[in-house]
Design a binder for this molecule. Structure first.
Ligand code: GLC
Length: 755
């Protein structure tokens, strides 16, 4: 009898045996059924692991990329042969029902036990229907829409054979020189944690055995965003308090939300590379937080510990990684090549290997892959699930919601559709870059809607729309300038679409100069000379330094990389069919010298007097203000909002009481619009210094012109907890300020004491 049937028979006999003694309890406690489901899985895994050889177990701890995509320094083309030999139990960078079925068949039919492969892929902000980059999505502050975007990505990815996404990226980032800020949710811990949870919910849904849910992966654990100098993969050396206050909370939030997997980061943390860091991977993640999924490394990050200088060779690296708590080796082959030897030498226990293997098999089981390894390879479902009208509409809506209006002098936006428009810039008619980096299986050739195409759907008289590229994204070539200047002179208003190329942010894309690349600013200056009103539409994966633009350009709209439907969404915004509502989740510096720059800073012992910001002997610069050009939480609208009547239900609270704060918000302009009201707290005196502000709540509301709404927030002492002088996590009694407003600078304030 085939080994698989033996396993099945053995486990069913165990299962029914268990059921027999418990069946009377199933009827009265549903959760016992869940336990029996776990008992069923546990007995299945027991039976399976009892018959697995050590080689087969090690194979489950190995993940290899196909040669379909290169997402790291090296590719190993022998993945098919290794699958056939049972040496690779997991594959990434493979999709379509056809290809995954072919690879799955190899594992099921050619290996002794036929353990199904797990297919992973970087489905970060959409799979075929590409949503705005994650930093853009975060600027929507719309958790429901963010969750829905991840849900759609999961449905499309699962329809193409994918079981597991390497997302959400939850790295807090305060240094825009680091290109990977584009993949996260910005600088704030509270917002970042809420978004992390929304993305896990979206990807995993509430039933992993469904055919449209996939495993999520919290990455890159941990503190990858604190790389010195914003230089990717660089050293991270931060205090335990900074680690636990700023970088760990979003990861902990994903564990609380039931995330299935974690991915280690490339960086070292305080001298020990994360991939070999037992304190992070076992003591905190698995023991303190009780994480039950599995930990995969990032791309060859085990082998890279040799370069880090913490081990002498790949064999030592494998030993350090597995004993630290790594369960699966991405692309490095270190586990494949050395684990068996290390066990024979007693340097790694087989018990440790069994724990890792079990955590991996358990998730394959929960996906239902042992019942039907081909359940995600359904060509019919694939045909009906990709880039549906509904999915594209959701991407368009998110692209609108993600955009942030940074400036709108003399209200030149929205532009009426009868104006003569000159559309200029290297990103105005560009399908390749508009979907940004990490765009999975997103098409870059035909499907994306460019800004030019979007504008054409709005402007009936085609002679009113002129287009010239004007310049390249990153070049000093001026040959296109004259054509651009010529159409600008004929126009009533000029819309310039500029920014970065998609590969100027994302992985291995750190920059020290955050100005518009190439000679884009030169072209802007030439067009400015025409004296015509100019709207600058930005596409970029990180905050840029825009002092000149802020000074000289009438309107600026930040659209990030807005995805497949970006061009039509931008047209919706520019012509007023949608009123911008996005708010920045990362501060925009005035210049690179200010970095790291973020809103929840400490006061220092020599804080500036805002009325005299360059005063000597204060914590400031000689040549630039301390404040960012655009602060965290900032974003304008075509209408205006007024905050008034901030009230608090009482001024003294005990530790077990709720605190309710209310404010009236009025739409004082002439457009219907959405506003993100933000609530910040300041702990005035602590056993350690405390930030001037910390975001603790937010709410996005829609108001018609002239309409007012009362918005209430409730917090309690749990929201005031922090790592105190002795590193215990708790709130302390004392005086607090509450700030409520439209961004982290423009706020009303009140206060209370906690007794
Ligand atoms: C890359 C990235 C990681 C990605 C992985 C697989 O190096 O760091 O975010 O998920 O490799 O492509």
């Amino acid at each position: 009898m085939k080994i698989k049937k033996l396993i099945l028979f053995f486990s069913l006999s165990v299962f029914f045996g268990v059921l027999g003694c418990k069946k009377d309890s199933i009827q009265n406690e549903n959760n016992v059924l869940l336990n029996n489901k776990n008992v069923k899985m546990e007995s299945f895994l027991d039976s399976l692991m009892q018959v697995m050889t050590l080689d087969e177990k090690i194979g489950q701890m190995v993940l290899f990329s196909t040669d379909w995509e290169k997402t790291g320094p090296s590719i190993n083309n022998s993945y098919k042969k290794l699958v056939e030999e049972g040496k690779v139990g997991n594959i990434f960078n493979a999709y379509t029902s056809k290809f995954t079925r072919e690879l799955q068949k190899t594992a099921i039919e050619n290996t002794r036990l036929g353990i199904p492969l797990l297919f992973g892929y970087d489905v970060i902000h959409g799979h075929r229907t590409i949503f705005p980059i994650s930093l853009g999505e975060s600027a929507s502050w719309d958790l429901e829409a963010i969750e829905n975007g991840a849900r759609i990505a999961a449905i499309e990815a699962a329809a193409e054979g994918i079981h597991w996404t390497f997302a959400p990226m939850v790295d807090i980032a305060r240094d825009p020189r680091w290109g990977r800020v584009s993949e996260g949710a910005g600088e704030d811990v509270y917002l970042g944690s809420e978004i992390a949870k929304a993305r896990v919910r979206g990807f995993q849904g509430d039933d992993l055995s469904a055919t449209n849910t996939i495993l999520a992966c919290a990455k890159h654990y941990a503190a990858y965003g604190a790389a010195q100098g914003g230089r990717d993969y660089n050293t991270v050396d931060i205090s335990e308090r900074e680690l636990r206050t700023t970088y760990l909370p979003p990861f902990k939030a994903t564990v609380n939300e039931g995330v299935a997997t974690f991915m280690t980061s490339f960086n070292e943390l305080n001298g020990v590379p994360v991939t070999g860091n037992k304190y992070l991977l076992t003591d905190i993640l698995k023991t303190e937080w009780g994480f039950k999924g599995f930990v995969v490394t990032d791309y060859t990050s085990i082998n890279e510990m040799v370069a880090h200088g913490i081990v002498k060779d790949d064999k030592e690296a494998a030993e350090l990684a597995v004993n630290a708590g790594v369960d699966m080796d991405m692309q490095g082959a270190a586990f494949m090549d050395y684990l068996k030897e290390l066990i024979a030498e007693g340097k790694v226990s087989e018990k440790k290997v069994d724990e890792s293997v079990r955590s991996i098999l358990a998730l394959k089981y929960q996906l239902g892959l042992f019942d039907d390894p081909y359940k995600y390879c359904d060509e019919e479902r694939e045909k009906n699930s990709l880039m549906t009208t509904e999915n594209l509409e959701a991407a368009r809506d998110m692209a609108r919601k993600s955009s942030v209006l940074l400036k709108n002098n003399k209200e030149i936006l929205p532009i009426s559709k009868d104006k003569k428009i000159a559309l200029i810039g290297p990103l105005a008619d560009n399908k390749w870059d508009i979907i940004g980096s990490w765009s999975a299986a997103g098409d870059r050739y035909e499907k994306p809607v460019t800004v030019l195409e979007g504008f054409k759907t709005k402007i009936s008289n085609s002679s009113n729309l002129m287009f010239a590229k004007g310049c390249e994204i990153n070049s000093d070539d001026t040959k296109g300038f004259n054509e651009a200047i010529a159409i600008a002179k004929k126009a009533d208003v000029i819309v310039m679409v500029m920014g970065e190329s998609q590969d100027m942010s994302g992985e291995s894309a750190s920059r020290t100069n955050l100005d518009l690349p190439g000679n884009q600013k030169d072209l802007l200056k030439e067009i400015k000379k025409t004296g015509k009103p100019i709207v600058l539409v930005l596409m970029n994966g990180r905050p840029l330094t825009l002092e000149w633009e802020n000074e000289h350009i009438d309107a600026i709209l930040e659209t990030w990389f807005p995805g497949t439907m970006g061009g039509i969404a931008i047209a919706d915004l520019i012509f007023g069919d949608y009123n911008p509502s996005g708010k920045l989740t990362m501060s925009f510096p005035r210049n690179v010298g200010q970095i790291p720059i973020y809103y929840n800073v400490k006061n220092t012992g020599r804080p500036i007097d805002p009325k005299n910001p360059y005063e000597k002997y204060k914590s400031n610069y000689l040549d630039v203000l301390n404040s960012p050009l655009y602060p965290f939480g900032y974003g304008l609208s075509y209408t205006t909002f007024e905050y008034s009547d901030l009230s608090i239900d009482k001024n003294k609270f005990t530790f077990n009481e709720d605190i309710t704060v209310s404010v009236i918000i009025k739409n004082t302009g002439k457009y219907k619009g959405e506003e993100v009201a933000q609530l910040y707290v300041q702990d005035l005196v602590g056993s350690v210094t405390r930030p001037l502000k910390e975001l603790k709540r937010f709410e996005k509301i829609l108001l018609n012109p002239g309409e007012s709404k009362e918005v209430s927030f409730t917090i309690n002492s749990k929201d005031l907890a922090f790592y105190t002088r002795d590193m215990s996590f708790k709130a302390e009694p004392g005086e607090f300020k509450i700030y409520v407003g439209t961004n982290s600078q423009n706020v009303l304030e009140t206060q209370f004491s906690l007794k």
